[in-house]
Design a protein around this ligand. Structure first.
Ligand SMILES: Cc1cc2nc3c(=O)[nH]c(=O)nc-3n(C[C@H](O)[C@H](O)[C@H](O)COP(=O)(O)OP(=O)(O)OC[C@H]3O[C@@H](n4cnc5c(N)ncnc54)[C@H](O)[C@@H]3O)c2cc1C
Length: 378
């Protein structure tokens, strides 16, 4: 990659590393609030090449902890409002969802924020006649949940950012951040040093490497999860609520052209191109098989994997890092980064403009969240 000579001697107000949903939402929010000039760097040739382009597109309000649930609700409301005037062919469709959580993985403090209805077996079977056996637990129907064509959201954030003057630079690699006297000073882009007043690290699975490079360790693990498209199920195929069974762990999204399945596996991995591990379709059949006999007759059409990136406490890591002035995080979005992305962008922008007062302390770096061990790592 040839270095970009335009960068020599140029000062940016903000550089954002990562052109996934976290980086693009942050760029759009910051630019809207008057931060600039802003440069966003993405190493791939197009935005959303990693987690943001390899997910299931479920808009799910209720998450595993109350704070993530709050961000998901905010994000889901904003996503729905983006296309509310376009009923036909809207990238967001309010399908509803049915969630089974027999072991209480989702805390009461999450459910209390979301409007849902309990469905009895008859109600469930009338909507899903292909089930021989219901997953364990109570069926909770969340009417406001939905499905999203994720490229439309990526395109929305990118257009907002570009229209507000953000330079989106694809196919460029950011590296070697320089910290001087406890302050972020510059990074290198394809070998050229670029000065900026602030940096947002929105690098998804690579966040741990950035923390090492800056000497501010955080523990961040990318976990592989696979998805499978099969032929559509249901006669005729139609939009129906997606289903999530927390025990034994699988989900299913009904589409007109296909059905999406996942066995919800979590396989610890390294940053990089996520590749399918083992036989995801076999895992889906083992988990879903007791509920839907018809799965035996289906063939997988397309199988892919992506990274869900988690801090150890499974909370997002957003906002200023108090160890380095000018250093901000937008990482650790786990399995909710599509739904929560508008809220993430707003929080990170608030952190840049208002400092730590601009966002919930539980989302930010602290010694309690990332305790150091004797080796000086987290
Ligand atoms: C299988 C699967 C299903 C999912 N389903 C859902 C769902 O239904 N609903 C939901 O809300 N969420 C879902 N998620 C989660 C969601 O996809 C993620 O939380 C979200 O995409 C994370 O976005 P991100 O911007 O943090 O990461 P990414 O999209 O990975 O973006 C990070 C970007 O940083 C770039 N980068 C890294 N290092 C550098 C560098 N040095 N220089 C330049 N660029 C760099 C990378 O190339 C990458 O494009 C799912 C995830 C997976 C894997």
């Amino acid at each position: 990659m040839a270095p970009n000579r335009r960068d020599v001697g140029r000062n940016w107000q903000l550089v954002i590393v990562g052109g996934g949903l976290a980086g693009l939402a942050t760029a759009a929010s910051c630019a809207r609030r008057g931060v600039g000039p802003i440069l966003l760097i993405e190493q791939e040739s197009r935005p959303g090449s990693h987690s943001s382009g390899r997910n299931s597109g479920l808009i799910r309000r209720v998450a595993e902890n109350p704070l993530t649930t709050r961000l998901c609700i905010e994000g889901a409301d904003e996503i729905e409002s983006l296309w509310s005037s376009r009923r036909e062919n809207s990238p967001f469709r309010r399908s509803g969802s049915v969630i089974f959580d027999p072991s209480g993985e989702i805390a009461d403090g999450c459910w209390s924020q979301v409007s849902f209805r309990r469905w009895d077996e008859d109600r469930f079977r009338s909507m899903f006649p292909e089930f021989q056996q219901l997953p364990p637990g109570e069926a909770r129907f969340v009417e406001a949940d939905g499905i999203l064509e994720v490229p439309a959201l990526l395109g929305h954030f990118a257009a907002q950012a570009r229209d507000a003057g953000v330079e989106l630079r694809m196919g460029s690699h950011a590296h070697h951040p320089r910290i001087e006297g406890g302050r972020f000073n510059s990074i290198h882009i394809d070998g050229v040093e670029v000065k900026s007043a602030a940096l947002v690290v929105a690098s998804g699975a690579w966040a741990g490497q950035w923390s090492q490079a800056a000497g501010v360790p955080i523990e961040m693990t990318p976990y592989l999860r696979s998805c499978v498209h099969s032929d559509p199920i249901g006669h005729p195929p139609r939009l129906r609520p997606w289903i999530w069974a927390h025990d034994p762990g699988w989900y299913l999204k009904f589409g007109i052209d296909n059905t999406l399945w996942s066995a919800c596996e979590e396989i610890a991995d390294q940053p990089g191109r996520a590749t399918v591990c083992g036989d995801p379709w076999q895992r889906v059949k083992e988990r879903v098989g007791p509920s839907i006999d018809a799965i035996e007759a289906l063939e997988p059409r397309h199988i892919w994997a992506g990274h869900r990136n988690f801090c150890r406490d499974r909370q997002f890591l957003l906002g200023p890092d108090p160890r380095i002035e000018g250093w901000h995080w937008a990482v650790g979005l786990g399995g909710h980064g599509v739904t929560a992305s508008p809220a993430v962008g707003r929080r990170v922008a608030a952190g840049i403009i208002e400092g730590l007062d601009g966002l919930e302390p539980e989302l930010c770096w602290s010694e309690e969240r990332f305790p150091m061990n004797r080796a000086g790592t987290t």
